[in-house]
Design a protein around this ligand. Structure first.
Ligand code: AMP
Ligand code: MG
Length: 472
């Protein structure tokens, strides 16, 4: 068996100011942890033997047709503009067109220093690699647009973080790695020809029906609105919604200190670096609008008729809160089993959420339990649920078949933080059992799996994860 990746690269055809040519830096003793066969089939990647795949997905050998590059971008980090970021610990091997006709990037993350590494070592440790593998694949199974994981390897080398940690490399697959920050870098440098070229490229690759920079903005705003609403509907907190982590294709990208909420509270923050709570759960829609405004600002720079472009961009960005709200409502209506839309639905949803917050209800388990009689038990004061449920049950009378709608919108299984942490701890000790188990169970999040019911349990006091850390 020989590993074959049918590369068909386009980004490497763009001017060389868009990237630096950079091969991955070999590692000492790569070991394959996981290879995603289902995804490989979609990508038309033919698996090789284990040793060969370990070498390739560690970056020790380059599969035929790959043209490794580190991409240039910049971005706002926690609201402050950083004029140059770029792939500091990743290289794009190239692109493939899958059997679904979709073009995707294949990128190694943790593959060694690049010209964009600044003071970083270009490496990743095992924890964030496994976290991204599990959480991104879980997101995909939940039906939420996301980058995916094709492979993970241990490098056999040590990286220094809190202490010496085992090194690892993730093979990440994305519809592209174009970010808001990819536009910002050319706009802020006044490189308008490059900005135009990038805009044309993004339109052709992601939104061929879009017309011009403002058409692209409109399309991204639509996609981002759907995405953030989807996050909200599963209690997902991205943690670092910087503009360099905001995908033009509208996928969830750059899983760092991300987390799914256990107990519902709108102000929940996990990221240890987010001291002000900028990227708290309930702030995510507002931040998505802020990021869209940054994209608008960048895109406008290339337009001759600034006045008209500013007006159109303003209209598009100002319409985004309503778009987000519509998408949010659609998602949460489904969670309550509501297929038709009625005037009072928003109030019904927010009333439930307020009561959940007041009663320390588990986000995932409460919604999942709506289809049974156990939801009230999620509330410290079950009567708070009962009085809400009277109105809800009256509303359900006007629905044909609400239970299948709920079952398809309310997962039984999410990657709970304490399980992810336990999985990482085991892996560091060489036990990949919990990793494979999580991966298997989370592939079918809407299916009851009675033997795995312990993975539905919220953390005990001692298991609660209070802070999550960046992958750096
Ligand atoms: P992130 O917070 O993961 O979005 O990364 C922000 C920036 O820091 C990007 O330009 C990364 O490439 C860079 N970066 C993060 N970790 C490292 C590392 N270990 N070595 C070099 N660059 C890094
Ligand atoms: Mg990033």
């Amino acid at each position: 068996m020989t590993l074959i990746i049918p590369f068909d690269n386009t980004y490497a055809r763009l001017p060389n100011s868009f990237y630096a040519r950079q091969a991955p830096i070999p590692v000492r003793a790569p070991q394959l942890i996981a290879f995603n066969e289902d995804l490989a089939r979609v990508l038309r990647v033919a698996p090789g033997d284990v040793h060969e795949m370990a070498e390739a997905f560690a970056g020790n050998t380059l599969p035929d047709g790959s043209e490794p590059i580190a991409q240039l971008y910049s971005g706002h980090q926690f609201g402050n503009y950083n004029p140059q970021l770029g792939d500091g610990r990743a290289v794009l091997l190239g692109e493939t067109v899958g059997n679904d006709g979709v073009r995707r990037d294949i990128q190694l993350k943790g593959s060694g220093p690049t010209p964009f590494s600044r003071q970083g070592d270009g490496r990743a440790w095992l924890g964030p690699v496994l976290r991204e593998y599990i959480v991104s694949e879980a997101m995909h199974a939940l039906g939420i647009p996301t980058t995916r994981a094709l492979a993970a390897v241990e490098t056999g080398e040590v990286v220094l973080r809190k202490g010496p940690m085992p090194g690892a490399v993730l093979t990440r697959v994305a519809q592209s790695h174009l970010r808001v920050g990819t536009f910002q870098v050319f706009a802020s440098r006044g490189q308008f020809d490059s900005l135009r070229q990038l805009t044309d490229y993004a339109i052709q690759r992601h939104y061929p029906q879009a017309k011009g920079p403002m058409g692209l903005l409109r399309a991204v705003v639509q996609k981002q609105s759907e995405l953030i609403a989807a996050w909200m509907s599963v209690g997902f907190i991205h943690g670092v919604m910087n503009t360099d982590n905001s995908s033009i294709a509208g996928e969830t990208i750059d899983y760092g200190p991300c987390a799914f909420m256990d107990t519902y509270h709108p102000n929940t923050v996990y990221s240890s670096i987010d001291r002000m709570g900028r990227y708290a759960y309930s702030n995510q829609p507002e931040i998505a609008v802020w990021n869209a405004a940054q994209l608008a600002t960048a895109l406008i720079q290339q337009v001759e008729d600034k006045q008209a472009a500013v007006e159109e961009a303003t209209e598009i960005v100002h319409a985004m809160p309503d778009l987000l709200q519509e998408n949010w409502q659609a998602r949460f209506r489904s969670k309550l089993g509501l297929s038709i839309s009625e005037e009072g639905d928003e109030g019904l949803i927010t009333d439930l959420l307020v009561r959940m917050a007041q009663n320390q209800a588990d986000f995932t388990n409460t919604f999942r339990a709506l289809g049974s009689d156990t939801a009230r038990a999620q509330f410290t004061d079950p009567a708070a649920f009962d009085t809400w449920a009277e109105g809800w049950k009256a509303r359900l009378q006007r629905e044909d078949d609400p239970f299948p709608v709920m079952a398809a919108a309310n997962p039984a299984f999410i990657p709970r933080n304490h399980r992810v942490e336990q999985m990482i701890e085991a892996a560091v000790q060489g036990d990949y059992g919990p990793f494979h188990r999580l991966n298997r169970v989370l592939a079918q999040p809407f299916k009851e799996q009675p033997d795995e019911a312990d993975l539905k349990r919220p953390p005990t006091q001692s298991e609660v994860v209070h802070a999550t850390f960046c992958g750096t």
